[in-house]
Design a protein around this ligand. Structure first.
Ligand code: ADP
Ligand code: MG
Length: 682
């Protein structure tokens, strides 16, 4: 029934693009909010909505930290307090130094004025609200950096505990720094905003419009950030830190950026909030505020911009309307049934319990929130679902520029040792990869092959020397190694599961793009051009696999088949335009057809000039692709040579290939000898 109504209402708009529909829905929403104050004469409703708007801006900021970057911050209200006290201190009559002529320039700018309260001339700060908004955001952002720098290397629960600490410390400082904050009594007489000679005063309507403006700015900024290089980097960190780092994202910088931008949204709101209330007390910023904001984000949908706005609105509705009305109802029922307990009930006192209940219910039934951040998956046509096995390599390969390897060795690994406690995973390993060549690493499970890749890409600490194109890689972070032109895939595929194929590949391009946070929000022509180019490159790369990936470009990768996820991972690595590609068991888990298809494609990449280092178990693939093979066993190199040579090596046969393979090789050799003998005789 409800669906039928929705379908009917949708019908006239079916021909509209999604962007057009969203654009008009936003305009409609803005108009409704803009005219609302004219339609009501109840100031308290306007006031309630203005408060809901400030919660929405806070939730939007928290969403950047928790929803986009996946950093669980339980002390977010700290930055709200910092913004609030910043404005409060510089407008209230609390901090009043003695006047001297040094203040004259500031007085000229209107930031201070000279007052006389009977004990000589004093300075009264008169920071304008309009100046305080952006500077409050900067101040809170600065504190975000200060708090984040030492702590953001922590993950998950540990980070949550430390941020909980900030959330407690800031109000305690506010309570105890009497001389500037007036302690527990709080700052009184915080100035309200004014425009020219018009004072906002206690009328809720002007605040309502300012709040609406702030929500609009922050929604706009959130969406722009989300759909940019910056947002993609945050989401990559949220999905898989190791893979994000290996794809060139500087974890520390991007986490700090999320923290600072989230904090600045909060500082912005703090200025607005105290200017409206005209008081600031430590109680306004305690843990219950941080927890309420977390509930808003979880309820609306982590990472979902409109979701958290709706979440904020619903929780405000719960607190100011639903709970008081329900209390009346419960008391009424209590009166009619004669229950004293019900008659004295006050559901508003139980707000925190309802928050807890909301979290539990959401976790059980709707983890992604009311408006989930992940989008619907487009449906595939029948022919798109059935990809014939493509033999003969890539499709539209000329859209990808060729590589031109310089003669000489690309990668030189000398005496590399990796220890895990007592276990020596690699023992003085030597290996060179000529530019433009394919080198395979084989060996039994646990022989240290993946550890070798981890050592090259900076994921484990190693001794010795790993030189790539003359640069020492040991000691570099994974993102720095990528920037030198070394890209990899992982044995147990590490994609960003909730992101789409296209987004995954775009993240591969991260290191080659330049857009910063300001560019992401303002989107000047240079940024538009960069994004357009990045998108084209990403589509060209996934287009290499024919209709395997292209029809699925907007599907989240968690739903792809195993082989397709491998292809996405290779595409993502190619997107960084590496000089060498490290493939860790790329054909593991693929059927023989898929294996052959991928082997041909890897061969084609090499034909295009890309240098390749590959770990592979399937000997036919190794024989087909590799110029040289290195065999590892228990961390030692036990053989090195062409595929044919190592297959006949005694030690390799004993350690790895086994008796069956020995018999096969011997039979082959015997047959060749007979054939050769026959030729000689004939
Ligand atoms: P392969 O890829 O050749 O199968 P790995 O390189 O994964 O082998 O592992 C080599 C050895 O190092 C194994 O004994 C493995 O248990 C150990 N190892 C790998 N990574 C770690 C780690 N992070 N901590 C401790 N031991 C590890
Ligand atoms: Mg391995």
């Amino acid at each position: 029934m409800a669906n039928a109504v929705i379908t009917m209402l949708n019908r006239p708009f079916e021909s509209w693009s999604q962007a057009k529909r969203q654009g008009w829905a936003t305009v409609l929403l803005a108009v409704v909010f803009a005219v609302y104050p004219f339609l009501t004469d109840d100031d308290s409703n306007i006031d309630t909505i203005a408060n809901a708007m400030s919660y929405a801006t806070l939730a939007l900021g928290l969403n950047i930290v928790v929803g986009f970057a996946g950093l669980l911050d339980l002390g977010y209200a700290a930055f709200f307090a910092i913004g609030a006290y910043y404005y409060g201190i510089f407008t209230a009559y609390q901090v009043m130094p003695h006047w001297s002529s040094g203040w004259e320039p500031l007085a000229f700018l209107g930031l201070v004025e000279k007052v006389n309260q009977g004990s000589g001339d004093l300075v009264h700060f008169t920071l304008s609200f309009w100046l305080a908004l952006p500077t409050g955001a900067l101040v809170a952002g600065f504190f975000g950096l200060m708090f984040g720098a030492p702590t953001l290397r922590l993950r998950g629960d540990y980070l949550a505990i430390v941020t909980l600490g900030f959330g407690e410390i800031v109000p305690i400082v506010a309570r105890n720094a009497d001389s500037i904050t007036n302690g527990a009594a709080g700052l009184n007489g915080v100035a309200g905003p004014k425009i020219g000679s018009y004072h906002f005063g206690v009328d809720a309507t002007p605040y309502y419009y300012v709040g609406m403006g702030l929500v609009a700015i922050l929604i706009f900024s959130s969406i722009r950030l989300r759909d940019s290089r910056i947002g993609r980097a945050w989401m990559a960190i949220r999905e898989d830190e190791t893979a994000a780092s290996a794809m060139g994202i500087n974890l520390r910088n991007f986490k700090l950026l999320a923290f600072a931008i989230g904090a600045s949204f909060s500082g912005f709101t703090g200025v607005f909030f105290v200017s409206k209330l005209q008081v600031a007390t430590p109680e306004m910023f305690n843990f219950s505020v941080s927890s309420m904001l977390i509930v808003m984000v979880v309820l609306g949908g982590m990472g979902s911009v409109w979701g958290v706005v709706v979440g904020a609105a619903l929780l405000q509705l719960l607190q100011t309307w639903i709970l008081p009305r329900s209390t009346d109802l419960v008391r009424y029922i209590g009166e009619s049934v004669g229950s004293d307990w019900l008659m004295s009930a006050d559901l508003v006192q139980w707000t925190q319990m309802f928050f807890g209940l909301i979290i539990v219910v959401m976790m059980l039934f709707r983890r992604d929130g009311l408006i989930p951040a992940t989008r619907a998956q487009p449906k595939l046509e029948l022919e798109e679902q059935h990809a014939d096995v493509k033999r003969g390599g890539f499709v539209n390969v000329d859209r990808i520029p060729r590589w031109n390897p310089q003669p000489g060795n690309a990668l030189e690994i000398k005496d590399v040792t990796v220890r895990f406690g007592g276990l020596v995973a690699l023992n003085k390993v030597n290996l060179t990869v000529p530019a433009g060549g394919v080198v395979a690493v084989i060996g039994p499970n646990g022989s240290g092959k993946s550890t070798l890749f981890n050592a090259i890409t900076g994921l484990v600490t190693a001794e010795g020397s790993i030189k790539f194109e003359g640069h020492e890689l040991i000691g570099l972070r994974p993102d720095e190694v990528l920037a030198k032109g070394v890209a990899r895939t992982f044995q147990n595929i590490r994609l960003f599961p909730k992101l789409t194929v296209l987004e995954n590949v775009l993240i591969g391009e991260h290191c080659r793009l330049k857009t910063g946070p300001a560019g992401a929000v303002l989107r000047p022509p240079s940024v538009r051009a960069e994004e357009k180019g990045a998108l084209r490159t990403a589509l060209d790369i996934i287009g290499l696999f024919g209709n395997r990936l292209t029809p699925r470009a907007n599907h989240t990768v968690s739903g792809l088949s195993y082989a397709n996820r491998r292809r996405v991972e290779i595409s993502r690595a190619l997107a960084s335009r590496p000089h060498i590609l490290l493939l860790d068991e790329p054909t593991a888990g693929m059927n023989p057809n898929e294996t052959l298809e991928l082997a041909e494609q890897i061969g084609e990449l090499n034909d295009m000039g890309l240098t390749i280092l590959i770990i592979e178990h399937k000997l036919d693939v190794v024989t087909r692709l590799a110029n040289r093979v290195t065999v590892l066993d228990h961390g030692d190199v036990i053989a090195e040579g062409t595929a044919n040579e190592v297959q006949r090596n005694e030690e390799v046969l004993t350690a790895y290939l086994g008796r069956a393979h020995r018999a096969k090789i011997e039979a082959q050799d015997a047959a060749e000898a007979v054939a050769a003998g026959g030729n000689a005789n004939g």
